[in-house]
Design a protein around this ligand. Structure first.
Ligand code: URA
Length: 190
């Protein structure tokens, strides 16, 4: 199984209603064997139209954040979402939709096989780290599960809404950079 094959299968998925209302599947983008994987919540309008994750305003901010610590989807990370189809009107994906989609993400994680998973926002963190994750208290902390390290950052959309969270996100990015240097320095070509 390759990511391309999984993408093709995922296009046919109708396990929840979102497959009927989306324009494009937004499967994932970036380096296929990246050691660092970023996982958001679900596609927004721009992503739905382009079929690429994080290409709207939040995506532009994400790219700027990544650049601060020498990461980019072209060079050394893979990016995807908890749900692969846009929830109408950008509402949060429902628990039933997350449950329906999680199998695709699990296989995608197995194929990319990252050493570090960065959850962007609360929805990704409650799905992948723990169901009572408190983003305002636990962002930037490192969790370890089955040999994989997890960290959650504020979602870029939250940083656009509330710029007062940006300084702590800058600190979190520095911690992430240190984690990468100790766990998988190859990410930086070292
Ligand atoms: N927000 C997300 O969580 N994911 C995207 O791909 C775009 C916006």
């Amino acid at each position: 199984m390759t990511l391309i094959q999984l993408n093709d299968e995922c296009k046919l998925c109708r396990k929840c209603g979102l497959g009927e209302t989306r324009t494009n599947l937004v499967f994932g983008a970036g380096v296929e064997n990246a050691q660092v994987m970023f996982i958001g919540e679900g596609p927004g309008e721009t992503e739905d139209l382009q079929g690429e994750p994080f290409v709207g305003r939040g995506g532009q901010l994400l790219d700027t954040m990544l650049k601060i610590i020498n990461l980019s989807r072209q060079k050394n990370i893979y990016i995807t979402n908890i749900v692969k189809c846009r929830p109408p009107k950008n509402r949060d994906p429902l628990g039933t939709e997350r449950d329906a989609c999680i199998g695709w993400l699990k296989t995608q994680i197995d194929l990319v096989s990252p050493k570090i998973i960065v959850c962007l926002g609360r929805i990704a963190a409650i799905t992948l780290i723990k169901d009572d994750f408190k983003i305002s208290k636990e962002h930037g902390q490192v969790f370890e599960k089955d040999g994989v390290y997890y960290m959650a950052l504020y979602h870029p959309a939250a940083l656009l809404r509330d710029p007062s969270r940006r300084p702590s996100t800058f600190e979190d990015l520095k911690s992430l950079q240190e984690l990468i240097m100790s766990v998988c320095p190859e990410t930086y070509g070292k």
